[in-house]
Design a protein around this ligand. Structure first.
Ligand code: ZN
Ligand code: CU
Length: 474
């Protein structure tokens, strides 16, 4: 019998499919799972990990990240590896670092993605090469951003694209897809893309259809016009014939709480005739750039970054306006460019979305925010500790499916997201009694507890253990 590289013995194996946990011995050779055997088989292996009392699962897939540049700047990716994440999907909410012509002046809203001005890539392949050169620890799959295409193809973003501009965005998108982009994301709530019309999105999504690449969308409105915005996204997917994935699905603003009941029903109804997915982060407060418009929605707003008044980080807009002796809107203006946490969501809504059968887990963390939303370091352990163990909201098997098998199927990541012979050995071993998020708004980069070991392509996470992934053909 050949000797395996590694044996993981005694663990309760949750295989990512949603099937019940079962005790098994897992054997790894090279970058693959070589065998899954009943307890007590004991095949020879060079390294043995005794894992009694621990859960072994496929490495988590973070389907919604803004790690595009983090893969290059912090390739060991501690914020993700510490949670058991082995794959990140980048290029969300309409932002990607490519394709952008050299010298492009980026709007301020791009601060969340690219901390250093000028670090942009003309070809999508240029970005992917830079990631490869940085040799990140985690696997990655990259989407191209609709706002990025607009910036590259248009002179003025505050209006709909002309037919010529749509055509040039289509060409840029085609090239990016050829280079290895796995789909298109949009951020229609942001200034850069707000003026785009439904037809513009349909024309772009049509370019995805032959590859069955997904349209992943931060919809136009997550508050008063949430239902209309969901309807628009479903229409775009249907007209173009592509899968639609709703990013960070939620209802913002107290008077809109309860609306996800309706939007989830719309999504369920649409499933009969089109492919739909969604992702969610397990917190009832959100995080994005601070604007006067967003401040007008009310609710508690905590400043997380400000270029002009960094001393105000951690304070509420109300406290800052009091300190400055001006009204809150003026305070927001003086803080620009800035970011904030918004307390506008309802816990019941978060729970409802989390347990929806199509809901995947995505952190939406902002790695270059000096005071990032705790979801950057806490998302996956929070689901497993807080919502599964402490609250009993969903089963461990279902939660892990949302982090592994389900996203692998939606993004067609062959051989990922499952524990079975022949699959890639992306694995996480954790203590189900101890796993917990430790990141909080005041200590946002506290690493989670309870993750014992992580393997990426069969190796302990380190330089170059991650790979560039592509979606398998439809
Ligand atoms: Zn977003
Ligand atoms: Cu996002």
């Amino acid at each position: 019998m050949t000797e395996h590289d590694l044996a993981i013995l005694g663990a309760s194996v949750v295989d990512g499919s949603g099937a019940p946990a079962k005790r098994a011995e897992i054997y790894i050779s090279g970058d693959r799972i070589a065998a899954v055997r009943p307890p007590g088989t004991r095949e020879p292996a060079r390294e043995i990990v005794e894992a009694d009392g621990l859960v072994l699962a496929p490495g988590f897939i973070d389907v919604h990240t803004h790690d595009d540049m983090a893969l290059i700047k912090t390739p060991l990716m501690p914020s993700k590896v510490s949670q058991g994440v082995t794959t990140v999907i980048t290029g969300l909410c309409g932002y990607s670092p490519a394709p952008l012509p050299p010298g492009t002046k980026l709007p301020e809203e791009y601060d969340i993605l690219i901390p250093e001005r000028g670090k942009i890539f003309e070809r999508f392949s240029g970005y992917l090469d830079a990631v490869a050169q940085a040799a990140p620890a985690v696997n990655s799959l990259a989407l191209v951003g609709h706002s990025t295409l607009r910036i590259a193809a248009m002179t003025e973003l505050s209006r709909p694209a002309t037919p010529d501009e749509v055509a040039s965005m289509q060409r840029l998108l085609d090239k990016a897809l050829e280079d290895g982009a796995a789909g298109l994301s949009s951020g229609l709530a942001y200034a850069m893309a707000k003026a785009s019309e439904t037809d513009e999105l349909v024309a772009l999504c049509e370019r995805l259809a032959s590859r069955a690449a997904p349209y992943v969308t931060h919809i136009r409105d997550e508050g008063d016009y949430l239902v209309e915005a969901v309807d628009e996204a479903l229409t775009i997917g249907r007209r173009a014939g592509v899968p639609v994935i709703f990013s960070h699905h939620k209802a913002l603003g107290q008077h809109n709480h309860g609306k996800t009941r309706e939007t989830l029903a719309m999504i369920d109804a649409a499933c009969g005739c089109q492919t739909v997915g969604l992702d969610v982060y397990p917190y009832s407060y959100s995080s994005t750039s601070l604007t006067v418009e967003r401040a007008r929605r009310g609710g508690k707003i905590v400043v997380t970054r400000s270029a002009t008044m960094p001393e105000c980080v951690g304070l509420t807009v109300d406290a800052i306006s009091e300190r400055l002796g001006c009204d809150p809107e003026e305070a927001v203006r003086r803080l620009q460019p800035a970011g904030a946490l918004y307390h506008l969501m309802d816990e019941d809504e978060v729970r409802r979305v989390l347990i929806h059968p199509l809901a995947m887990i995505g952190s939406d963390g902002l790695p270059f925010d000096p005071m990032p939303h705790p979801r950057l370091w806490g998302t996956f352990p929070r689901v497993l500790g807080h919502y599964v163990r402490d609250q009993g909201l969903l089963s461990l098997e279902s939660a892990i499916h949302k982090m592994t098998g389900l996203p692998a199927r939606m993004f067609r990541l062959e051989g990922r997201g499952v524990v079975e012979p022949g699959a890639f050995a992306d694995l996480v071993l954790f203590d189900p009694d101890r796993i917990a998020d430790r990141a909080s708004p005041s200590s946002p980069d506290n690493a989670a507890e309870g993750v014992a070991r992580v393997w990426i392509n069969g190796r302990s996470p380190g330089a170059g253990t991650g790979r560039r992934l592509t979606s398998s053909p439809a």
